[in-house]
Design a protein around this ligand. Structure first.
Ligand SMILES: *Cc1c(COP(=O)(O)O)cnc(C)c1O
Length: 361
């Protein structure tokens, strides 16, 4: 049997099919249906946030956020994220300006942001990498001083808290993803969060083609809606979210026991955060060591993932003049190890023994 970097969580078949019965009875498949509404309510309750809009994916969430804030010109962002963070900026006709990351947290380095601000800068779009919150206060201060908007890509953050509140509460707009590979998922899906009621209204319009009633169009919208089938998966998975979060935490602690050694570096978690253990990344001393470990794991049918790799500032289509030395070296040496609900203790022991064998040879 192979061990992959992740395997999607699936609820009990009966749990999901109990929602399907209702869909068949109502014959209401999409367009703001009752399950979508129920999921939005239950998510607000669980996350303790005042507002959110459920969307069809985390990339549309980013694009709707940029559109709703009417951003133009340059957006400061991180080169160490999934490609969607950068591609959304370009797709919306803006220019990504990369700022290097902090060598311990792998989040955008707040101390380097001001030097990248120009008269054309309109916003900061930062990722809370691996579910670990950015330096939120520092970024907020810079944004206020220079009159910039702040969007956080919180695709990894389900369950992460910051100063006792959901991390989805910090920033002008926060986006997340409920893709099948994420800790909490609805097969495909995403959401936007904001505390600003005007922005919320605007994003609700944008999600639904700009429709204001059946015959009025108040904005140049897009189809950002999600379906009853996706919402049903979300409702079913939410029933078991505490167990999903707990298994992630236990798996991380088990990895820690095996991999506590000076030649393996881990992410430093923000001290104001209550962390969700969404991923288990390790950084090796060199790319050569990473490749040696990865080859050995693959020979044993274990498939970790180089994530995030490559550093986005080195991707030909997004290439920037500026070197991002920290992001580039971290991207070359980082490997995400398997974590998912169904992963057993024995499998983690097996993965770790092979890593240690590769390192000690
Ligand atoms: C997964 C992910 C996205 C994209 O979300 P989708 O729902 O797959 O569109 C964006 N940013 C980050 C950091 C991600 O990990």
């Amino acid at each position: 049997m192979a061990i992959y970097v992740t395997v999607p969580y699936l609820p009990e078949f009966e749990t999901y099919s109990k929602y399907l019965k209702g869909i068949w009875q109502r014959q209401w498949l999409t367009n703001n249906g009752p399950l979508v509404n129920e999921l939005e309510l239950k998510l607000k309750e669980y996350l303790q946030v005042p507002h959110l809009l459920y969307l069809n994916n985390g990339t549309i969430a980013l694009q709707i956020a940029i559109k709703a804030l009417k951003l133009k010109g340059e957006i400061i962002t991180t080169p160490f994220s999934y490609v969607a963070t950068t591609s959304s900026i370009v797709w919306e006709g803006c220019t990504p300006v990369f700022v290097d990351i902090d060598s311990k947290t792998f989040n955008i380095d707040a101390a380097k942001i001001e030097a990248a601000i120009t008269p054309n800068t309109t916003a900061i779009l930062a990722t809370h990498v691996f579910g670990n919150p950015c330096e939120i206060e520092a970024i907020d201060k810079i944004a206020k001083k220079h009159n910039l908007k702040v969007i956080y890509d919180a695709a990894h953050c389900f369950g992460t808290k910051y100063n006792g509140k959901s991390v989805f509460e910090f920033g002008d707009i926060v986006t997340t993803s409920f893709h099948a590979t994420k800790l909490f998922h609805t097969v495909e899906g995403g959401a936007v969060f904001t505390n600003d009621s005007e922005l919320l209204k605007e994003m609700a319009l944008l999600r639904n083609f700009g429709h204001n009633g059946p015959e009025n169009f108040d904005a140049v919208g897009i189809n950002g809606k999600n379906s009853e089938f996706h919402a049903a998966m979300g409702l079913a998975n939410l029933e078991n979210i505490e167990a999903i979060l707990l298994s992630r935490k236990n798996q991380s602690l088990q990895y820690n026991k095996w991999l506590d050694r000076p030649d393996i570096t881990k992410v430093e978690i923000n001290k104001n955060a209550s962390y969700n253990y969404a991923y288990y990344p390790v950084i090796f001393e060199s790319e050569a060591v990473l490749l040696k470990v990865k080859t050995e794991l693959e020979a044993n049918r274990i498939f970790p993932r180089r994530y995030f790799y490559p550093s986005l500032n080195t991707v030909e289509i997004y290439k920037s003049e500026n070197k991002m030395p920290v992001s580039e070296t971290v991207a070359k040496r980082i490997l995400c190890l398997p974590v998912y609900h169904q992963l057993s203790n024995e499998e983690i022991d097996f993965v770790c023994r092979i890593i240690l064998r590769a390192l000690n040879n």
